[in-house]
Design a protein around this ligand. Structure first.
Ligand SMILES: [Zn+2]
Length: 438
């Protein structure tokens, strides 16, 4: 039988926490965790302060445990439940005496065995007499069960939940696609999509991606008792596209509005998104004369066609008011948005409209207004997208689009305070992770 792994308190093992996988090209960052936050003085009203940074280094050196139990008497252990393992088997493996095992199994606390699942983490305190002092079992959804000893009785309870927001930093390199690279880096899809959205006004993630492009991203994960249960905000990101670096940091204004800026304080929110779809391929560009696939004759193509599966979500490319939503000849189901300064955008051949999209509805940039379809004069599912300025169509892929105002000068110091730490981290990620990818 495998010898139980015992570690005395003078050589504490890291507390139970999710070790994020490090594999392939992905290298995790070693960041001076708490020093980072204090050293750069995150502004008091940002919601990012006091968030413990989570690093994903395997051999993380942790501070010494402050508890002072006599050396050699109590052992803290962390183990994973093995497939098919019973509670008795587990207890034997971690060095609990047969006497205590049968005592536990004979009591209410023995029902903890029903919660055992392969791969589940357990923490135990066992003394050198084989007496079980405490057993903590964390289910995959983060819920915890705790067995504590009182004399010869074992008590079962559920300890208070610890909800935490942690910060994760990841880097990767493009080999084929963004998603392939983010998958390899164990970055959730929602973070990858967000990253593409953040840089969407600068980089076209459909066409501009180059093999060898690199990226780093810092984002929050929400945890329950140390188990990730949700993805929070992207706090900072860098994308190096064809050798040119783009960076973004999240900034929260005094009124609580959060948006992405370059580290120099230029807004990344443009008046318009470059594309109304998250990911797709341009199947037919803007042209002054092309053979129409249905009508057969040459005529102007007044927009851009994005090939995408039926049902793909279509986003408003800018803040606007709906000026038309309905059927219109060859356009099929069409949404027309009216923006400021005489700009209009057209979204045609839609399969359907989002709830509430009708003439007069205000929409924000990025709101879902409808779904890709093939209605009207269309040979297959795609989105026909137009930008008109003062009624004249312009090429959506090249037209100069109005920007968002830069950061007010009065907020420069606040901006620095909030974002300096993230910029520093991007530097470090590039220096360590990406260098290690070479
Ligand atoms: Zn078209």
């Amino acid at each position: 039988m495998q010898q139980p792994k015992r570690v005395s308190l003078n050589h504490p093992i890291p507390p139970l926490k999710r070790k994020l996988p490090v594999r392939g090209l992905v290298i995790a960052a070693l960041i001076p965790v708490f020093g980072m936050v204090t050293a750069y003085g995150i502004a008091p009203d940002t919601d990012t302060r006091n968030i413990p940074l989570q690093t994903s280094i395997e051999n993380l050196v942790l501070p010494q445990d402050q508890e002072t139990l006599p050396q050699g008497q109590v052992y803290h252990q962390q183990e994973k439940v093995i497939a098919g393992e019973t509670l008795a088997g587990l207890l034997a493996r971690i060095g609990v005496s047969e006497q205590d095992t049968s005592l536990l199994l004979s009591q209410n606390a023995g029902q903890i065995g029903r919660f055992l699942r392969a791969g589940q983490r357990i923490q135990a305190k066992v003394n050198d007499q084989g007496e079980l002092l405490e057993l903590l079992l964390t289910a995959s959804d983060g819920s915890q069960y705790r067995v504590t000893r009182q004399g010869d009785n074992f008590l079962l309870d559920q300890p208070e939940e610890i909800l935490e927001t942690r910060i994760v930093m990841r880097s990767g390199r493009i080999d084929s696609s963004l998603f392939a690279a983010t998958d390899r880096a164990s970055i959730p899809d929602s973070v990858a999509v967000k990253m593409a959205e953040i840089f969407g006004t600068q980089i076209d993630f459909r066409d501009d991606l180059r093999k060898g492009d690199t990226f780093s991203v810092t984002y929050q994960i929400n945890t329950r008792n140390g188990e990730p249960v949700g993805i929070g905000k992207v706090l900072a990101a860098e994308y190096v596209n064809g050798g040119k670096a783009y960076r973004a940091v999240l900034y929260r204004s005094p009124t609580g509005v959060e948006s992405y800026y370059t580290p120099e304080g230029e807004s990344l929110k443009k008046g318009f998104l470059r594309s109304p779809l998250e990911f797709s391929r341009v199947t037919s560009g803007f042209s002054n004369s092309r053979k129409h696939p249905i009508y057969g004759f040459h005529r102007k193509h007044t927009g851009v066609d994005f090939g995408a599966p039926t049902g793909t979500r279509v986003k408003a490319t800018g803040d606007a008011v709906v000026s038309f939503a309905g059927r219109k000849g060859g356009y099929g189901n069409l949404v027309i948005l009216r923006h400021q300064n005489g700009y209009e955008t057209y979204y045609a051949h839609l399969n359907g409209f989002s709830k509430g999209i009708r003439r007069g509805t205000p929409v924000d940039q990025g709101d879902i207004i409808g779904y890709v379809g093939s209605t009207g004069a269309s040979t297959g599912p795609h989105l026909h997208y137009e930008i008109r300025i003062a009624g004249n169509p312009h090429n959506p892929l090249t037209v100069k689009l109005p920007g968002s105002p830069p950061l007010p000068v009065a907020q420069k110091i606040r901006f620095q305070q909030q974002t300096a730490a993230w910029v520093q981290q991007l530097d470090q990620l590039r220096g360590t992770n990406l260098a290690a990818l070479d």
